[in-house]
Each structure stands twice: as structure tokens, then as C-alpha cells.
Design a protein around this ligand. Sequence first.
Ligand code: GLV
Length: 311
Amino acid sequence: MPGTILIYERTRATKYTDLVARLLPASAEYRLIPCATPEEAARAVAEAEILFCWRFPTDLFREARRLRWVQAMGAGVEDLVAAPLPAHVLLTRVEGLFGPVMSEYVFAHMLAHAQQLRRQYAAQAERRWEPFAAGRLAGKRLGVAGVGSIGLEIAARGKAFGMEVWGLARTKRPRPHVDRLFMPAEVAEFIAGVDYLVSTLPDTPESRGLIDPEAMRERALLINVGRGATIDEGAILRAVRSGRIQAVLDVFAVEPLPPSHPFWTEPGITVTPHMSGPSLPEEVAEYFVANLRRWERGEPLVGLVDRSRGY
Ligand code: GLV
């Protein structure tokens, strides 16, 4: 089932295209069109049957008359879900790739918080020999908001550290490594009950504003690796400034985070530039080509997005 594949990414379109070309069987007659700008994409979009993309200029979908499948290069697809994409066009996202690496980010920051690494480094810098009893993760309660493939990897590692793990999910289905599962209607008890609250939530109408940082317990740590729009930034600032919580934020309502934003200089907030779950072209191109083979065989695609759900 040969066709035209438009590959859109602002800085690595050629790299993705080379990787896909290398992974495709020699017999396939796909035409690959790398596009790195909206202008290039505008010239090619009408021919594309398949779109492999990140942050595609979605107004171009109006011209995409032949389009049948969109494969995102990442996990969060709020822009594509909101786009004028006809219902018959399949939408897939990357599912199952980012959990292990994002867990390492999350536990790096949880351990830094428990061990008070900043204090340890500061003492060394000043040649102060001042032993203190650091905190520990064992025995603490980890709350994972969003227990999809990423959240479950975080939950598994929480158990390995001897933590009690609570999960917040849309559906009651039991999840491995989750000691207690909460539904959105029970979110207040979930938030108030955990020492570490890690949000992996996608940006959907249901998730926006679901986590209230001002309702977290004293001395808890909030880590957001989902989407910035889901947690009110003013409320994070108030909760941190009151001394109630600290926060580690990898995602923001506006990215890049503007230099004038108060998060940058707030002592209780750690800012990182949306780097906890990087899309590595080698891995993501392989994921796409595996899905392409399923597509050729008429098999169900992996990472299929339910657009009514938003992810
Ligand atoms: C990154 O944030 C992604 O959604 O893959």
C-alpha cells in the first residue's frame, strides 16, 4: 500500500526522513517528503496520505484532502485533537516509549528533594562538615495522577523504593503497582493524602484544573511532567510561596517559559525545559515504521488516540 508520507519537524525533519527511509523495506514505494517549515508543509500537504509530525501547523489540515493517518512523534496530542481533522483520519501518538526515561527524571528530583541535595552541595562549596539526617522515600506516599503507560512506570519504581503508591485515573480498572486508585470525583482526598504528587496528565478539558496545588499536604513535592495547562500556575506559585509545598516543573502553560516568569527565581521551584521525556528520532522513527507495517497489513495501530477522550 504505497503512498506519500509527509514528515514534519522543525529541526530534525531530514534526520527523521533518513531514519524512516533506512527502516522501510526496499520493496516499499513510499514517497517521503521532509518539511521543516509551515511553508514547506503547505506545499506538500495536499499530496500526503500519512503525516508523521510534531507540532504540525494544524490549519493546513483543511488542504489535506488525501490524508488518512497522522502519527505524532510524541505522547501528548492536544494540538492534533483540537485540530480540524476529519473523523475518518486515524490519529496515533507515541505510547509506551517514554515511561522509563521519565521515571528517571521523576526519581532524580524526588531523591534530590528527600536527600536535600542542594543543601549537601552548598555545604561542600563552603567546606562545612555538617552531617544531617536526610529524608527518605521509603514509607512515603507517592501519588501518580494519570496511570497510563508513563504513570505506571513511575508507580513501579515507587514500589521498588518502598513507597505506598496511590493513582488517579478516569477508569476503575485495577492497575499494577497502585495500592489505591482514585477517580476524578475523589481527587481532593488523593491530593491531600500524598507526600509526592507526580502529574503525567494529558491536556484535556477534564484534566485542566483537576490538581489543586493549594490542597496538597504540608511539605509535599509537586512534580509536573504532563502538561503545563493542567495545573493553574498562579495556584502553584501561591502554594510554594506560602511554604506549603515545593514544585518541580518540566512543563508550562507557555513554552519556552518566558524569562520574566516568576517561576525562574522562586526558591521552592525547580524549572526544567520540557526535557523529561525526549523524543529520540531513532526510537520514534522505529515506532512509526512498526506502526506503518501494521497499517500495511490492516492491523490495529498502536497508540491510537480516542479523540473524544483527548489522548
Ligand atoms: C512531550 O511532551 C510529548 O508529549 O511527547
